[in-house]
Design a binder for this molecule. Sequence first.
Ligand code: ASP
Length: 421
Amino acid sequence: MKKIALHWQILIALALALIVGILIRQLPEGFQASALATFTFIGKLFLQALRMLIVPLIVSSIINGVSGIGTGEDVGRLGFKTLSYYIVTTLFATLIGLTVVNLMTPGISDGRPVGDLIGLSEKGSDIIAKIGSQEQIRLVDIFLRMIPINIVSAAAKGEMLGLIIFSLLFGFGMTRIKGRHAEILVGFWHAIFYVMMLLTDWIMRFAPIGVFGLVAKVVLLTGLDALKPLLSLLFTVLFALGLHFFLVLPLLLKFIGGINPKDHYKAMAPALLTAFSTSSSSSTLPITMDCLEKRAGLSNRMTSFVIPLGATVNMDGTALYESIVAMFIAQAYGIDLSIMTQFTVVLLALLTSIGVAGIPSASLVAIVIILEAVGLPIEGVGLVLGIDRILDMCRTAVNVFSDTCGAVIIGKSEGEALYSK
Ligand code: ASP
């Protein structure tokens, strides 16, 4: 019997999860509780397996990537291309978000700010308690964490940016030593990296089951009713994300990378579906790397350099979402924001999308930073909490897709033959 391709398996699991989740919501509460516990268990197992790989994978792949790139000049050139891609696409995404939210005005319904209609009940302090402590939400702190005091503690706390900076430096240091020491280190990190990729491959086979658990849990918990009062915001975000995902990025792929977008969507499908189900770019990282190497034919050297960095730093969907939500909250409270303030929103969305971690709901923290900076009421975040999860799933898929587009475009510019059958 012909084996069903992995992305189809995941897609089927997704559809099943949706149906099963909705059906179980109709059953008695006792049954719902045990179903929820089962789904949570399955989803957690899969997520934990992926997370288990992240630290060794990020460290070994970056060290491997940077030390394998060659001279300092090569590292500089690739670094420049990568960062330019990240900044340009994130800026694009933020501007799309800002334009769409200004045109569609989801925060105003029949000429009235929706804040009145929905009835804001939560206090600012409750919101902060829900999404994290006060110290966690200062912009400077996000950037201070780039240089970790202790890499072991950074790894344990999942502060990827610090780990990435350390690994970049370590890899670069390796290009400066010679002889036996260099050989030992190169061999060692290569070997670790290959074993990590092998483990990724194994865990990926369980993706359909994991995805089923994760999505069924979300459907069972939130149902579809949570979406109703905020449908216009939902559509605004989805429309803007769609523009970026189906228009801007494929155009870049085609005209700058010379890559057929269809091939790329198909090859990246398992990573996109995993991103959608886990709402975490970091957890998806092992699968993203696997898809790029095995399905797109991108070199290990390029994948190792661009992707771990991208999973933390390049978040187009997140930046787009942040700018829409900030503007939505202003609209919902009937507050007019000047062009200058909107510009500040763009800038902060860009910066915070770089700084926040690739974990579920990370945007909410960034949104609070933006609201505080431009003087909007932070309790406005309460408006979007109900639909954040579903939008998180979508924006994470966009985040991951943009990383992969960057990787193949840069790979092509370095002379790699991709999608050669
Ligand atoms: N969940 C997103 C990610 O991991 C971050 C966010 O909340 O926007 O990419």
